[in-house]
Design a protein around this ligand. Structure first.
Ligand code: KG4
Ligand code: ZN
Length: 339
C-alpha cells in the first residue's frame, strides 16, 4: 500500500511516498531555513506563504521520484496538528484538494506520532510496545506507545520544549538559526563541566519537565558576562548547557523505564539529532541492557516520510478524515479521532 505523506507544520514543506509504512520511495523537502535565518527564527506568515508556493512542486516531485502517479497512491496522509496554524492549513487544504480530486482516502496524522514513526522507517524490526522520548522544537514528551495508534503520556514539559530551550540559548550566544543544530556543532569541543546549571524538578510529577528556568538562567548569565565586557567560552557554555538539558531528559527516561519495565526505548523529534543526547542514550541503553532506536539523522527533523509511515498505521486503524478536516495548533498525542 502506497501512502503520500504531506508535512507543513513549521518551516519545511515536505512530501514523500512510503510503501506499507516502512519502505521509503521518495522524500522531498523544501527547507525555508535560508530565509528565516535573517530573522533569527521562523516567521509564521513567511512560512505559510512559502508552503503555498512550494507544496504543489514538492508533491509532483515526490510522485515522480517514486516512479508513480496519483493513481498509484492508496491514501493521502497529512499533518493536521500540532504546529503553526497557517502553515498546517496549507498542507491540510492541499491534501483535501488531492483527496477530493482523486477520490483517495484522507488520513490525518499527529505530527509527534509522525516523529515516532521515523523510527519505523529506520528500523524495519521495530514494533510497539515501547517507550518513546519525543523532543522537538515545540514539544517534550515521554510517551508509552502501546500500539501504533495508542499512546499514553507519562511525562511532559510544563513550559518550554527542550528544542526551544536550546534554540533560545543558542541565539543568546550569538549563534544563527537553527540554534539547536548550531549549538550542537559549536559545543563539540567544549568542557561540559565548565558551567553548572540549576536542576529543575516539577513537584509531585517527577517525569514532567521544566526548561524555562534553565533558559532564563543561561540568558541572564550571558548578559552578566556582556555587561562586564568579559568574553564567554561559547563551546564550554554550550557543552555545559546541552549536558544540563540532556541530563533532565535522561533522568526522566530512567524513571519511565523503571516504572514501565519497557525494554525498548525510542527517541524522536528534531532534538534526537543532538550528538550528546544520542551518545548518552546509547550509554544508558547499554548499561540497562535495553534496545535503543534512534531515527537516522536525515529523518530526525520534519519530513513527509514520517507522516506517510504513521499515516499507514492510522489508515489500518480506520482513521480517515472527512472533507471538513481542520488543522489544530495544539493537540495532545494521545487523542484518537480528529475533532
Ligand atoms: O522536530 P523538529 O524539526 O520541528 C518541530 O517539530 O519542532 O525540531 C526542531 C528542533 C529545533 O528546536 C532544533 O533546534 C532542534 O530540533 N534540533 C537540534 C539539533 N538539530 C535540530 N537540537 C539539538 N541538536 C541538534 N543537532
Ligand atoms: Zn517536528
Amino acid at each position: 500500500m502506497k501512502i503520500l505523506g504531506i508535512e507543513s507544520s513549521c518551516d519545511e514543506t515536505a512530501v514523500s511516498v512510503v510503501e506499507d509504512g516502512r519502505r521509503l520511495l521518495s522524500d522531498v523537502i523544501a527547507s525555508q531555513v535560508d530565509e528565516h535565518v535573517q530573522y533569527g527564527g521562523v516567521v509564521p506568515e513567511i512560512a505559510s506563504r512559502r508552503h503555498a508556493e512550494n507544496i504543489s512542486g514538492c508533491a509532483k516531485r515526490a510522485l515522480s521520484d517514486a516512479s508513480c502517479t496519483l493513481e498509484d497512491i492508496d491514501a493521502i496522509a497529512v499533518t493536521y496538528a500540532p504546529g503553526l496554524i497557517g502553515a498546517l492549513l496549507v498542507g491540510v487544504n492541499f491534501a483535501k484538494g488531492l483527496a477530493a480530486a482523486s477520490g483517495k482516502p484522507l488520513v490525518p496524522v499527529h505530527h509527534l506520532r509522525g516523529h515516532i514513526a521515523a523510527n519505523y522507517l529506520t528500523h524495519p524490526d521495530l514494533e510497539p510496545p515501547f517507550l518513546a522520548l519525543v523532543v522537538s522544537g515545540g514539544h517534550s514528551h515521554i510517551v508509552r506507545v502501546r500500539d501504533y495508534t495508542s499512546f499514553e503520556i507519562l511525562g511532559r514539559t510544563r513550559d518550554d520544549a527542550a528544542g526551544e530551550c536550546l534554540d533560545k540559548a543558542a541565539r543568546a550566544m550569538g549563534l544563527p538559526y537553527p540554534g539547536g543544530k548550531n549549538l550542537d556543532a559549536a559545543a563539540k569541543d567544549g568542557n561540559a563541566r565548565a558551567f553548572s546549571f540549576p536542576h529543575p524538578q516539577v513537584e509531585d510529577a517527577p517525569m514532567d519537565m521544566s526548561f524555562s528556568g534553565l533558559k532564563t538562567y543561561v540568558i541572564n548569565l550571558i548578559h552578566r558576562y556582556e555587561q562586564r565586557g568579559e568574553p564567554i567560552d561559547v563551546a564550554s557554555l554550550g557543552a555545559s548547557y546541552i549536558k544540563a538539558v540532556v541530563d533532565c531528559l535522561t533522568e526522566r527516561v530512567v524513571m519511565a523505564l523503571d516504572l514501565t519495565g519497557e525494554k525498548k526505548l525510542v527517541v524522536a523529534g528534531g532534538v534526537s539529532a543532538n550528538s550528546v543526547l544520542r551518545r548518552e542514550l546509547d550509554a544508558l541503553a547499554e548499561k540497562r541492557g535495553i534496545a535503543l532506536y534512534k531515527p537516522r539523522l536525515s529523518l530526525c527533523g520534519d519530513n513527509g516520510a514520517m507522516i506517510a509511515s504513521q499515516g499507514y498505521y492510522e489508515y489500518q486503524a480506520g482513521c480517515c478524515a472527512r472533507s471538513d478536516l481542520n488543522a489544530y495548533a495544539t493537540m495532545a498525542i494521545d487523542i484518537n479521532g480528529y475533532l
